[in-house]
Design a protein around this ligand. Sequence first.
Ligand code: ATP
Ligand code: MN
Length: 255
Amino acid sequence: MRVLRDRDWYKTVEEVFDARTVLTIYTLMRRRVIERMNGVVSSGKEARVYLAYGPKGGRLAVKIYLVSTAVFRKGILKYIVGDPRFQGIQPGDTRRLIYMWTRKEFRNLKRMYDAGVRVPRPVAVLNNVLVMEFIGLNGSRAPLLAEIYDALDEDELYAIYRSVVYNLWRMYCVARLVHADLSEYNIMVRPGPEVVIIDVSQALTLDHPNAMDYLVRDIRNIYRFFREEAGLEIPGPEEILEGVTDCRREEKKEG
Ligand code: ATP
Ligand code: MN
């Protein structure tokens, strides 16, 4: 893959991003977080992910939230209302909301990473730009579980299933968070198989009033995928939920 020269890069970002976003990227370059930007890895409605290089040549994923999307506010408000970390935020200020949202993804990543959940290592956050470990394979990004599962054998699929449930357990019982958008599209798979959970911007603390509903939905998604798409013999969603939240029972006993 060709590393973009500064002028090419500037032309590319100018077309996609507003001046403040370009400035934010240059600030991260001046601070020597990012040395060079490379090509786009994914361009969704709300965010774009780029491959970049750090000053020591290590690969980084740079997730840039688009500041000018109307869909964004509608989509994220339901996660923000009720989250005690967002108290006092007026929904009117889109840019500020998106900066907070980016920061929220960074903090969620850090909280999960520190709890031993396998997520990309968070590196830096500034405004609407989040820098993290690049989850790669042979020069490009690792495949999503949705993209690769039909090429895997049963043993690998069971190993991936167990690893997903283990990571969910760590997320709930150690990080005290619920992912809230978990599916085969937000799980990357590296050889091993090693499972990496991504896209944690909407993750909720357990004191969020809807945390349990989102956890149940996450587990239903996981169950449906592994049972129906991958064809594995796995316990039902209630039993998975019980395992993932088994720390609750201990707490009830003590409390
Ligand atoms: P989309 O709506 O397209 O899913 P999103 O807002 O949900 O975008 P993510 O799921 O976090 O954003 O990232 C989009 C895509 O970028 C992922 O599906 C994955 O292919 C790639 N990606 C995200 N994070 C990383 C990473 N750390 N390393 C490598 N690739 C990544
Ligand atoms: Mn995603």
